[in-house]
Design a protein around this ligand. Structure first.
Ligand code: 6PG
Length: 244
């Protein structure tokens, strides 16, 4: 596993650079005439990325070469302010020219268990396989202060180790139901980019990146792509406690 840590002055610079790299990745895919799969995350930093993509890059890439998925979704309708899809649609998708069939949202308004199975079938149908497991070309992840990622929380690591592609998760505080991809799919991605910003993440970032024993069972610590690449994209606040 190749692990890289990149620290940016502020969230905007991080999101802008990532937008440029995503556009380059899509252009390379179109040059080879091979579509790519990108799984998106919820959270504040991804929201900034979507705004930058929608406002400054909407015409910069042949979006039809991307199939967009989500690493997790809240079990709410797309119009809900909690919806990860809704957030990306308002900031980004409604501003670009992309076939609707390329946007594989999770139907948060449906029955969670049934939707987890339907969405798993979508992932299986549209991704390349590595060792028989779906392999996203790019997986964007965020990380909560508690070390959760996607919607796998520290109180239920069985979701990380599940042999399924997707599972139903429950937020430990709000008890909100969610659908999440599992560790099997997360660790099979070709490229994982963790987007972590804010001083409230500095302590846990230090524990995770310094391999502190206290962090070894946190979901974000368990992200270790078998043959892919993992990059931690941090702003200076989230990276402020790391050894230089
Ligand atoms: C979600 C996200 C979740 C998020 C983290 C970090 O659906 O909420 O997938 O995993 O990435 O909670 O969110 P912030 O970047 O906003 O702190």
């Amino acid at each position: 596993m190749k692990e890289t840590v990149r620290i940016f002055p502020a969230p905007y610079e991080l999101a802008e650079k990532l937008a440029e790299e995503l556009v380059d990745m899509i252009k390379a895919a179109s040059a080879k005439n091979v579509p790519i799969t990108v799984a998106l995350s919820g959270g504040s930093t991804p929201e900034l990325l979507f705004s930058i993509l929608g406002d400054h890059f909407s015409k910069s890439a042949p979006w039809k070469f991307v199939h967009f998925f989500w690493g997790d979704e809240r079990c709410v309708p797309p119009v809900s302010p909690d919806s990860n899809f809704g957030m990306a649609f308002r900031s980004f998708f409604k501003k670009i020219d992309i076939p609707e069939r390329n946007i594989h949202r999770i139907y948060g308004e449906q029955d969670c268990s049934g939707e987890a199975m339907r969405y798993a079938d979508q992932i299986s149908e549209f991704t390349v396989k590595k060792n028989g497991i779906p392999a996203f070309d790019l997986l964007l992840l965020g990380m909560g202060e508690d070390g959760h990622t996607a919607s796998i929380f520290p109180d239920n690591l069985s979701l990380f180790y599940s042999d399924k592609i997707c599972e139903v998760s429950i937020h430990p505080v709000s008890k909100q139901k969610r659908i999440t991809i599992t560790g099997k799919v997360i660790n099979n991605a070709q490229n994982i980019k963790f987007l972590v910003t804010g001083s409230n993440k500095a302590g846990i970032m230090k524990k995770i990146l310094h391999k502190d024993i206290s962090a070894k069972n946190l979901p974000a610590s368990l992200v270790a792509p078998s043959s892919g690449k993992i990059e931690w994209l941090l702003d200076s606040k989230a990276g402020s406690l790391l050894r230089q």
